[in-house]
Design a protein around this ligand. Sequence first.
Ligand SMILES: [Zn+2]
Length: 194
Amino acid sequence: MAEVLPIRLYGDPVLRKKARPVTDFSGIPRLAENMLETMFEAGGVGLAGPQVGEAKRIFVAALYQDLPEEEEERVPLKKRVKETFVMVNPRITFAEGEAVGTEGCLSLPGLYSDDVPRKFRVRLEYQDEYGNPKVLEAEDYLARIVQHELDHLEGILFFDRLPPPLRKQFLEENRAELARMQKEAKAFLRELAR
Ligand SMILES: [Zn+2]
């Protein structure tokens, strides 16, 4: 059975670390499975290694089937999965176009911005959980997800991508909530160290 891992919150230093390339794939299929389970449980579209305390260059993502709102309530997210992705050591080899859109983050629950700039189309080279080389061409929504997750591997959070005045505004508007998360992140780390 896959395990649901604790998701690291804003304020946890692992979210600001540059993740290390994966060279030993022995624990990766298991980690990927647990990350997918954690993402489904949290209702997310993507989750990167650092978000579960693993400073490794891995992320998972999923596309879900759209349902009418009243059905969305009843059907568990896992039952709506159209496609899942496990990407290890990913890198963008081509990008084009500009798009501004909405993003949130499982490490910043409840916080969103509608103004996050991304490339509209990207080509990604990566390895699957067994180390096999793969290529993905993505645009629009999926391209946004993979760019958001790739940023996590560099210690970058979505609000860092906002133009400076909007970034400042985001931090000010959410100051109390961010402080609360930092406090919770610290408490979690204290507990972990015991
Ligand atoms: Zn995120």
